[in-house]
Write a protein that binds this ligand. Structure first.
Ligand code: 5GP
Length: 181
């Protein structure tokens, strides 16, 4: 079976990280790509595991060298998917990228064979409950995230698959089926 590049997006709090991590843990033939960023590492983050932490100069040099499959700026920092790393990994395994809608559509342009997967919440109400339950966001941040939710979901027609994350085990199985298609 040919290895695939799978791009997973979805609104914050939808559980995409858990789904992707579960699949990667279960399967020796699937890895998650490690992005590059210019933001500072948070406590506990390890260079080469969560991200490759680069200086702005290094990042901009790699933009010039066209080493990013896609890149974007969030909150004043660059984030990008290193193309050489992804292509190298694809020789051995399927690769999952977890990126937002804009990054995903840019990745599709750069790499038309990639498969776009949107993780959607069973309902906005349910997602709101999850975001509040997480206890890491203020009311204002939650409101901001909910307004982004609609924006993210409005692109779902451009995705190859939409997985509704109702029961996590089912969502994991669905992502595995897409990988194995
Ligand atoms: P954080 O700083 O919280 O780890 O991530 C901030 C934002 O950057 C998140 O929305 C995350 O999805 C996005 N991001 C992380 N890696 C990449 C990447 O490789 N490309 C793009 N376009 N966005 C990324």
């Amino acid at each position: 079976m040919a290895n695939k590049l799978i791009v997973v997006s979805g609104p914050a709090g939808v559980g995409k990280g858990t789904i992707v991590k579960t699949v990667v843990k279960k399967r020796a033939d699937v890895v998650e790509s490690v992005s590059c960023t210019t933001r500072a590492p948070r406590a506990g983050e390890v260079h080469g595991r969560e991200y490759y932490f680069l200086t702005r100069e290094e990042f901009e040099r790699r933009i010039q060298e066209k080493d990013f499959l896609e890149y974007d700026e969030h909150f004043g920092n660059y984030y990008g998917t290193p193309e050489s790393f992804v292509r190298e990994m694809l020789k051995e395994k399927s690769v999952i990228l977890e990126i937002d809608v804009i990054g995903a559509l840019n990745a599709k342009r750069a790499f038309p064979d990639c498969v776009l997967v949107m993780i959607a919440p069973p309902s906005v109400e349910e997602l709101k409950r999850r975001l509040i339950g997480r206890g890491t966001e203020t009311e204002e941040q939650i409101a901001g995230r909910l307004s982004r939710l609609e924006y993210e979901l409005s692109h779902k027609d451009k995705y190859d698959y939409v997985i509704v994350n109702d029961v996590i085990e089912n969502a994991v199985a669905e992502l595995e089926r897409i990988i194995d298609k």
